[in-house]
Write a new protein. Structure first.
Length: 226
């Protein structure tokens, strides 16, 4: 009886090579052509197998399972990519609603346009004294507000542009500064927040909102919309 064990071995090796090329790719992109070649080689291998040494059913099942897994991963990647595109689209629509409104991010720049703005900060711990100041770009103090016995947490103080000298601030960018002390006169950490108007939205590198005072801001960095 003539056997074709060499053909079976060669075809098996070819199947393994195809699987290796598919599963070894980090992107796991299985093309339909690769699947067709795999199935044709598998059928050829079964047709020419050695009757005295037939293919192991477990081996066949394993190879089919592998190609199905790779195909499934490829479809999953396509679905995830599509979902990601839809999420970006939805996020851009939401971001467009911010145009004309104000946003806050961690920072210290305040954009004042003639209407009251919030002086916002977080205290890490309780403070017996807190000094909230608004400075000009040169570092000169223009407005000061003293607080006492302030609990830890989020704090908003409205500022209408009033200055310590009785005057009124003009439209422009100012600097928020917060100094806090505990009962032992040790400094308490205060995180300040910038405040700016959103002028437009960009989709170049993810969704960003554009402001005159702070430049481009990633949507994920926005802490509040006012």
């Amino acid at each position: 009886m003539t056997t074709t064990s060499s053909t079976g071995s060669a075809t098996g090796a070819s199947n393994s090579a195809i699987l290796d090329s598919l599963t070894g790719s980090s992107s796991a992109k299985a093309s339909e052509g690769s699947q067709d070649r795999f199935l044709k080689l598998l059928v050829t291998q079964m047709q020419n197998q050695d009757p005295l040494n037939p293919m192991d059913n477990a081996q066949v099942t394993s190879q089919i399972a592998q190609i199905n897994t790779v195909t499934g991963i490829d479809k999953l990647n396509t679905s995830v990519t599509s979902l990601g595109d839809r999420l970006v689209g939805a996020q851009s629509m939401q971001a467009s609603a911010m145009i004309g409104r104000h946003v806050q991010i961690a920072g210290k720049t305040i954009e004042y346009d003639g209407t009251a703005v919030p002086l916002t900060f977080d205290l890490d711990a309780r403070a017996v004294s807190v000094t909230v100041s608004v400075l000009d770009k040169g570092g000169q103090t223009l407005f000061t507000k003293e607080l006492s016995n302030t609990e830890a947490g989020h704090i908003d103080l409205p500022w209408d542009g009033s200055l310590d000298n009785g005057g009124k601030a003009g439209p422009g960018n100012y600097v928020l500064k917060v100094e806090a002390l505990d009962a032992k006169q040790a400094a308490v950490k205060a995180t300040t927040y910038s405040y700016a108007r959103v002028d437009s939205v960009s989709l170049d590198n993810g969704v960003t909102v554009n402001t005159k005072a702070l430049g481009a801001i990633a949507v994920d960095d926005v802490k509040a919309i006012i």
